[in-house]
Design a protein around this ligand. Structure first.
Ligand code: SF4
Length: 502
């Protein structure tokens, strides 16, 4: 059976869909599964709101079959939710909202949790809608209108949800008409492709593409790719990957001396060749000594939902619910401040706590500062009484990640400057591995369920302790990396012996 989700996957990558359908045991779950689960839940949330626009809608049974749908359609009715259909070549659709029009044609509605109709490579909502129309028409239903219902990014909740404001209904009938025959052919090709008994699994199309395009099946299809491969070179372009592949080069260590790369990429290769980091000690020392004490290492955890749950919030807007701050004074003493909200709210208490803890003095240090700064801007809108404090923080924010973009390059970071890649190399004793909460998505999900789900069964005290421990490690890790950098720059021994490849 080919579902709409399968078809979207097929459009992105046919090989990974074949693997999923034919060798599911070899198909990796992927580290984004919790993230994808959140996306699916968001979809349901928006669908629940969209259904309210059709008060006469008839809900079909959850997981109902095409047979169930046929029975219910025969009983009459004007609007149906989750009607299921299947074609004779096994193409299956469950339609979000289907409305029967007086001229015996149908209006198909696709509901999306995004804030626009997307047509990029990874999400093509028009092709999704085409898929649904194809299945309906193959079942003899004439689809005269197609609309996509999505969120309005300007909507700000104020009291009860205002459906007219929250949702935009975009008529895409004409656009679908233009795409229909092309997509019908693609659907039939996809159905044929997944039914093939075998495909060439010795390599896949991403062999010639950059890492950001790879999925978790890359290593299944490309078993001979070594550790520290060309795909790990920071920001390498696809044309360079193709050139190297043409020369049979897969390992960083095999890259010819005359192969053109940018200065940062050259450093990564030098680091690999000499099996040691390349550290611009003088520059790092200068940057770090320019930071004004006290130094406040800060990290937020945030909650976001497709449909805003509290007043003042827009769809998908992040609401900070937790902060950890480690403050180092000029005498070297360190203090820790932490706050974890008990309920979903505009973070007035949290900002008051932060302001009491740090005051408007010193430097704030985060990792990937655009995230913290963006949240501060949101909080200024919600809480203008804290504008001065939050603006001070943003004007005095230093991004520790920047050091690892050019001043400290180590091949063992695998071409990434994420703290999750840097920390295990420089401070292996500080690990996230044993923590109950391992990343921001998990923190958002766990805290969200704890404060919003009435049926939350886990021990709340334990969950709070796990969340506090996770956020604390985020800022403690920055403190220790900062100290490590200081120590490194103090060492008199200057790194000699690293010669240019050219
Ligand atoms: S790595 Fe790319 S081509 Fe290979 S299976 Fe994944 S998405 Fe498809």
């Amino acid at each position: 059976m080919l579902t709409k989700t399968d078809f979207i996957q097929y459009l992105n990558c046919l090989e990974s869909l074949w693997l999923l359908k034919n060798q599911p045991d070899d198909y990796p779950n992927g580290e984004f599964s919790l993230f994808l689960q959140k996306l699916i839940e968001e979809g349901y949330e928006v669908e629940e709101q969209a259904q309210k626009l059709f008060p006469h809608g008839i809900e079909l049974p959850e997981f109902g079959t095409p047979k169930d749908t046929q029975k219910i359609l025969q009983n009459g009715g004007l609007c149906f939710f989750q009607a299921a259909f299947e074609t004779n070549i096994g193409v299956f659709a469950r339609v979000d909202i289907l409305e029967h029009l007086p001229n015996n044609t149908w209006h198909l509605y696709e509901v999306k949790s995004s804030t626009s109709v997307k047509t990029d490579k990874k999400h093509n909502h028009l092709k999704d809608a085409c898929f649904q129309k194809y299945v309906l028409e193959q079942n003899g239903l004439s689809v005269s209108n197609v609309s996509i219902i999505h969120l309005n990014k300007e909507y700000v909740r104020n009291g009860e949800i205002d459906l007219e404001q929250l949702l935009n209904i975009e008529d895409v009938t004409e656009k679908i008409r233009g795409l229909y025959s092309e997509v019908s052919i693609e659907i039939e090709q996809a159905a044929h492709y997944i039914n093939q008994k075998s495909i060439d699994t010795s390599q896949c199309s991403c062999r010639l593409n950059t890492r950001s395009n790879h999925c978790d099946s890359f290593s299944f299809f490309n078993t001979e790719i070594p550790e520290f491969s060309i795909y790990e070179i920071g920001n390498i372009r696809a044309n360079k990957i193709q050139d190297l592949n043409n020369e049979g080069v897969l390992s960083i260590g095999e890259i010819p001396n005359n192969f053109k790369l940018n200065a940062k990429q050259e450093l990564q290769i030098e680091s690999f060749r000499h099996r040691k980091p390349i550290i611009e000690k003088a520059r790092i020392a200068k940057i770090l000594s320019s930071l004004e004490f006290p130094l406040h290492f800060i990290d937020y955890e945030t909650y976001a939902s497709a449909v805003p749950k509290i007043d003042g919030v827009r769809p998908h807007q992040h609401i900070p619910f937790q902060v950890s701050i480690h403050t180092i004074q000029s005498d070297g003493s360190i203090e820790h401040f932490e706050f974890l909200a008990h309920e979903l709210e505009i973070p007035t208490q949290m900002v008051q706590f932060m302001s009491d803890s740090t005051g408007t003095i010193g430097t704030f240090i985060s990792w990937h500062k655009s995230f913290e700064m963006g949240r501060n801007k949101d909080m200024i809108e919600w809480l203008p009484q804290y504008q001065e404090y939050l603006e001070f923080m943003n004007s005095n924010m230093f991004d520790l990640e920047d050091i690892f973009k050019s001043e400290y390059v180590d091949y063992r970071f695998h071409g990434s400057t994420s703290i999750k890649k840097v920390l295990p190399v420089l401070l292996p004793e500080l690990s996230y591995d044993d923590l109950g909460v391992q990343n921001g998505t998990m923190a958002l999900d766990l805290w969200g369920r704890m404060v919003l789900d009435k049926n939350f069964k886990e021990d709340k005290a334990q969950v709070r302790a796990a969340l506090l421990e996770y956020c604390k490690l985020d800022t403690w890790a920055m403190v220790m990396l900062f100290k490590k950098l200081k120590e490194t720059t103090k060492k008199r021994k200057i790194q000699h012996g690293i010669q240019s490849r050219k």
